[in-house]
Write a protein that binds this ligand. Structure first.
Ligand code: NDP
Length: 283
C-alpha cells in the first residue's frame, strides 16, 4: 500500500506559515494585496476564485475580486490590468483562465507587470524559471515540489516522467524537477509507447486532463505518483488523471484527488503574493 501524500495537511502548514509572515509584514505597515480578475461566469473558474479569496482572507491577505462580464472587450480587460499594475496596495494580479474565446490570454498575461505576476505565467518569469533564478515559482509545479520536499522524497538522481507539456503545468514542472537534479522526460500526446516510458519513472507526474488515464501497467512498483489532474468521472465525481484504486497498491507514495495537488496550488499562490509584497515594499 502506498504512502498517502496529504496535500491538504501540507497546504495547511504552508498557509499557517504565510499567515504568520503576513502578520509580521502588517506590523511593518504593509498588507499584502492580491487582485483576482474573473471574466464571465464559468462555474469552475467561479469556484477557484472563491477558494482563492477565502484562502487569502484566512491568511490575512487583502483580496480584491474584479468580476467582468463575458462580453468584456480586450481593450477593457487590458485597461483593468493596467490600473491594477499602477496600484500600490495590490502586489499580486492574476487573471483566472480560461478567458472567453474572443479574448487573447497571451496578451493579457503579457500586460501584467512581471513583479505582480503571482501565477508566474509572464514570459519574463518563465525565463527566470528556465534559468533557475529566484523568481516567482509557478503555483502548481511549485506546490508539487513543496509536497515532495515536505514528504521527505528526494528528487536528485531520480528518473522523473511528466505527462503533459502545457505552459502552466507540464513544462514548468519539468524545469523544477530538473533544477532539483532529477533526470526528466516530458511526455505528450505524440509520445510513442507512453506506458513503457512511464514505467521507467521513479517519480511520475500526471498533468493530462483525462480522468483515470494513468493505469497500473504504467507505474513501476514503489514509484512516487503525483496526480495534478482535476476531472469528473463517469458518475460526475471529482477524480484525477490517475486511476487511484488501481495504482495505489503498486505505488510507493501517491497523491489523492481531491486533497492532493489542488490545495497546494492555492497555498503557493498565497506564498507568491507575500513574496511580491516583500519585494515591492522592500520590507
Ligand atoms: P492541457 O490540456 O493544457 O495539457 C494537457 C497535456 O496532456 C498536453 O500536453 C497533452 O499533449 C497531454 N496529453 C493529452 N492527451 C494525452 C495522451 N493521450 N497521452 C499523453 N499525453 C496526453 O492541460 P493543463 O496542463 O492545463 O492541465 C492538466 C490537468 O491538470 C487538467 O486536469 C487540469 O484541470 C489540471 N490542473 C490542476 C491544477 C491543480 O491545482 N491541481 C492546476 C492546473 C491544472 P499535447 O501537448 O501533445 O496535446
Amino acid at each position: 500500500m502506498a504512502k498517502l501524500i496529504d496535500g491538504k495537511a501540507i497546504a495547511a502548514q504552508i498557509r499557517d506559515e504565510v499567515a504568520q509572515e503576513t502578520q509580521a509584514l502588517k506590523s511593518c505597515g504593509v498588507t499584502p494585496g492580491l487582485a483576482v480578475v474573473l471574466v464571465g461566469e464559468d462555474p469552475a473558474s467561479c469556484t477557484y476564485v472563491r477558494n482563492k479569496q477565502k484562502a487569502c482572507a484566512d491568511a490575512g491577505i487583502y483580496a480584491e475580486q474584479i468580476t467582468l462580464p463575458a462580453t468584456t472587450t480586450q481593450e477593457e480587460l487590458l485597461r483593468v490590468v493596467q490600473e491594477l499594475n499602477a496600484r500600490a496596495d495590490i502586489h499580486g494580479i492574476l487573471c483566472q483562465l480560461p478567458l472567453p474565446a474572443h479574448l487573447d490570454d497571451k496578451a493579457v498575461i503579457a500586460a501584467i507587470s512581471p513583479e505582480k505576476d503571482v501565477d508566474a505565467f509572464h514570459a519574463v518569469n518563465v525565463g527566470h524559471i528556465l534559468i533557475g533564478d529566484e523568481g516567482f515559482q509557478p503555483c502548481t509545479p511549485a506546490g508539487v515540489m513543496e509536497m515532495l520536499t515536505r514528504s521527505g522524497i528526494a528528487v536528485e538522481g531520480k528518473s522523473c516522467v511528466v505527462i503533459g507539456r502545457s505552459n502552466i503545468v507540464g513544462k514548468p514542472m519539468a524545469m523544477l524537477l530538473l533544477h532539483a537534479n532529477g533526470t526528466v522526460t516530458i511526455c505528450h500526446s505524440r509520445t510513442v509507447d507512453l506506458a513503457a516510458v512511464c514505467r521507467g519513472a521513479d517519480i511520475l507526474v500526471a498533468a493530462i486532463g483525462k480522468a483515470k488515464f494513468v493505469t497500473a501497467d504504467m507505474v513501476k512498483p514503489g514509484a512516487v505518483v503525483i496526480d495534478v489532474g482535476i476531472n469528473r468521472d463517469e458518475n460526475g465525481k471529482l477524480c484525477g488523471d490517475v486511476d487511484f484504486a488501481a495504482v495505489e497498491p503498486i505505488a510507493g507514495a501517491i497523491t489523492p484527488v481531491p486533497g492532493g495537488v489542488g490545495p497546494m496550488t492555492i497555498a503557493m499562490l498565497l506564498k507568491n503574493t507575500l513574496t511580491a509584497a516583500h519585494r515591492q515594499t522592500g520590507k
